[in-house]
Design a protein around this ligand. Structure first.
Ligand SMILES: [Zn+2]
Ligand SMILES: [Zn+2]
Length: 281
């Protein structure tokens, strides 16, 4: 058996459906030794969890998942996980804050474009659908469905707000070098999330040259047969290995918390790497 950890999960602060309290409850029921809440572009879930735990176990690592633009016309996105960053680091906080503002502005300009196209939705409606989270395209899609202009959110993406659609608004993202540098400046480690999704693995060499620290070997959407290949690449490039469920909701669309059985010994490598990074600052 041995003890396990889960270093990748989302809450209502981004696109998850569970509260932070529910997530902590699941982590405790699974007897996990450590966990990281890795919401997209925000540390809000981390702060809430750290207050709730109030120094009690299990160990909570400060984490966040950043979207990175690999160029090629903005069609290709990869995700970089930041671990053990200083949650009070000014540069990191202001970058996350500006992304949040930018997302809200983007939401507004999509709503404007849609209204010019005769689709009557309001920004308030979109905000209500977003709840705690920063406004993002799935919320705009839900509003389009509510207004009766698409049967499903998929259709809303296809007809209106997907890439190349009449109400599409591009989003500014980090370049990989910006993201990795910022994570290091904030004293944390940069890990390539779910490398087998969207062929993110194709960028591995580039990212390693830019200072990438690790890869997420264990992930709900990756097959066990991918594990050997990824472990081999980690060894070849001297990368640390991490893993997590990428939990979003309890309906099983993504993995459940603890489902990846990530061994706790991986934490040692991560802590060691973080100490090296801080020593180089
Ligand atoms: Zn991701
Ligand atoms: Zn994720």
């Amino acid at each position: 058996m041995g003890a396990h950890i889960d270093l990748h999960m989302h809450t209502r602060h981004s696109d998850g459906t569970s509260t932070v309290a529910d997530v902590i409850d699941m982590v405790r029921r699974r007897n996990l030794e450590a966990f990281a809440i890795t919401d997209h572009d925000t540390l809000a879930g981390y702060f809430e969890a750290s207050e709730m735990l109030d120094g009690q176990g299990p160990r909570l690592l400060c984490g966040v998942e950043l979207s990175v633009d690999m160029g090629e016309g903005g069609h290709r996105d990869i995700h970089i996980l930041a671990y053990e960053v200083d949650p009070r680091h000014e540069g990191l906080r202001s970058a996350l804050e500006s992304f949040r503002e930018q997302r809200n502005r983007r939401g507004r300009s999509m709503v404007e474009k849609l209204s010019d196209l005769g689709i009557d939705i309001t920004y308030e409606q979109v905000q209500r659908l977003a709840g705690f989270a920063a406004v993002s395209r799935p919320h705009v899609a839900e509003a389009i469905v509510e207004a009766g202009h698409a049967a499903t959110t998929n259709e809303a993406f296809q007809r209106w707000i997907g890439l190349g659609g009449p109400a599409y608004v591009p989003k500014r993202k980090f370049s990989p070098q910006e993201a990795i540098d910022l994570i290091h400046q904030a004293g944390g480690a940069a890990v390539l999330a779910h490398p087998m999704i969207d062929n993110a693995i194709d960028h591995l060499q580039t990212l390693v040259a830019q200072g990438l620290d690790g890869i997420e070997v264990f992930h709900s959407a990756q097959k066990r047969s991918d594990t050997d290949r990824l472990l081999h690449l980690a060894e070849q490039y001297r990368l640390i290995v991490t893993g997590g469920s990428d939990f979003h909701s309890t309906d099983g669309r993504y993995g459940l918390i603890g489902s990846q059985k990530v061994p706790v010994r991986l934490l040692e490598q991560l802590d060691k790497r973080v100490n090296q990074i801080r020593g180089q600052q």
